[in-house]
Design a protein around this ligand. Structure first.
Ligand code: TYD
Ligand code: MG
Length: 447
């Protein structure tokens, strides 16, 4: 039974309408509606039968190192043959640089790599390669092209092991009149490349743009189609870059990769736990150390607080790198349970290195930094604070306590304030178990 009907789709967000619209009611884009022909087919395949789990043969996926340790780590130990990886991030963050390093590394290990550049000329790629010190590579080919059929022809003639597409939003199929970057073209190009990857067990890296709102431009379906979704992110002002995995059909998503963008290239930072702290001996009012958990990695950060007299009708609350609601909640607990008067105080927070911390495990560190700044007394040196604060002022256990404490001890910290029941098993560091916020304040600040 085949039924054909006309439908119009917004090429920005995928909104469907039975008639043409000038403005999309969903995303507000103008002139974004194009007609799509849908074939609604319902057919029965009599050869299909369900399988018992015992009948299914297990297969070991073959993982290949991308030659970039931090990328391998994020992927869960290398790339699986036949996997399609979507790498996205803001313009200028270093996506093309990362995939060029992968391309060069793989080709140096005997793989044939095709790098399709739809955005940059061969001269621009050459300049980047020179900057990265990439010399002659036997198996590395570049193709400045953005038409799908032309790319398909080259794929058939050179049959690369790995394909890199920079970027998916700039490739289009000339058979269809939809503009490139539209939902239709992105989906079509992705489906074609995924089919090619699966058929011949080739691995594919697709670079994807992100929109102003921070999501991958194009249809959400792109994220569903690919096997792995990676985000490359970092602060424009700092040269640190973090590679995160949002989806991974072949591994966990709780590993991150850390890099530094230098004048001479993208440098891997395998040991990043100390990067965000300056001096563990530092003692200043308002300064507290906290071991934050980024995936499976522990990173020590400084939480800095400044509490000053306010001359404004509504006191200022500026929290850089911390969750606004979470900090306000902690300030409310401090007012109510410790009788601190913050109503006429401006409160500022900052996290070192531009890192963003949203985990409740940082609550205790935030509270101690606030009290320390308010009283103008430094918190103890070489000490970390770990714990979630309940609305009652109690300190609650948190996840990953062992890795946090071990990493703090490894970096030379001598003492850790931890929730009750979390401190017994550590010999390398002195642990102070605390159950209530008032108790912490009393122990450290004598009141
Ligand atoms: P690029 O990989 O072009 O970013 P994307 O593909 O995500 O848009 O890298 C962009 C920035 O990185 C650019 O501003 C120059 C800088 N850069 C370095 O600082 N060092 C280097 O070795 C390279 C290649 C680039
Ligand atoms: Mg680029």
């Amino acid at each position: 039974m085949t039924k054909e009907k006309k439908i119009f789709a917004c090429q920005e967000c995928g909104y469907l309408s039975v008639r043409w619209l000038g403005k999309c009611p969903s995303c507000g884009a103008w002139n974004s509606f194009y007609e799509e022909l849908t074939h609604q087919k319902v057919s029965f395949n009599e050869n299909q039968k369900p399988h018992l789990i015992s009948e299914i043969k297990s297969s070991d996926s073959i993982r290949v190192s991308t030659t970039i340790g931090e990328l391998d780590r994020t992927l869960g130990g290398g790339i699986v043959e036949g996997a399609v990886v979507l790498l996205s991030g803001e313009p200028g963050i270093g996506k093309s640089t990362l995939v060029l390093l992968v391309a060069a590394g793989l080709s140096n290990h005997g793989k044939k790599v095709l790098y399709v550049s739809a955005e940059e000329s061969l001269q621009q790629i050459k300049m980047r390669a020179e900057r990265l010190g990439i010399k002659n590579s036997e198996g590395l080919f570049f193709l400045p092209e953005n038409e799908l059929k032309a790319i398909g022809n080259v794929l058939e003639s050179i049959i690369p092991d790995t394909l890199i597409i920079d970027s998916i939003q700039m490739i289009y199929d000339s058979e269809f009149e939809y503009p490139f970057g539209s939902v239709f073209q992105v989906r079509r190009v992705a489906q074609f490349l995924i089919e090619w990857a699966k058929k011949g067990n080739h691995s594919v890296f697709l670079i994807g743009h992100i929109t102003k709102e921070g999501s991958i431009a194009g249809p959400k379906i792109l994220e569903h189609l690919v096997d792995v979704v990676l985000y490359f992110e970092g602060d424009k002002l700092s040269n640190l870059r973090i590679l995160r995995s949002m989806k991974n059909r072949f591994g966990s998503t709780d590993e991150i990769g850390v890099f530094r963008m230098d004048v001479s290239g993208l440098i891997e930072i395998p040991d990043s736990s100390h990067l965000f702290i300056n001096n563990i001996l530092a003692t200043h009012p308002g300064l507290v150390f906290f071991p934050t958990q980024e995936g499976r990695r522990t990173i020590l950060v400084e939480i800095q607080s400044l509490v000053t007299t306010s001359y404004l009708g509504i006191p200022r609350r500026t929290f850089t790198g911390l969750d606004y609601n979470r900090v306000n909640l902690i300030l409310a607990v401090l007012e109510k349970k410790l009788n601190m008067n913050l109503a006429n105080k401006d409160v500022y927070f900052n996290v070192s290195g531009g890192l963003k911390i949203t985990e409740p495990a940082a609550d205790l560190a935030i509270a101690v930094a606030t009290i320390s700044s308010c009283r103008d007394i430094p918190s103890p040196s070489e000490t970390v604070f770990i714990g979630e604060i309940a609305l009652t002022g109690e300190i609650r256990p948190v996840q990953h306590i062992t890795s946090r404490i071990k990493e703090a001890a490894r970096l030379g910290f001598k003492q850790a304030f931890v929730p009750i029941g979390c401190g017994d098993s550590f010999s390398e560091i002195k642990t102070m178990e605390v159950g209530w916020l008032g108790e912490v304040s009393h122990t450290i600040f004598k009141g």
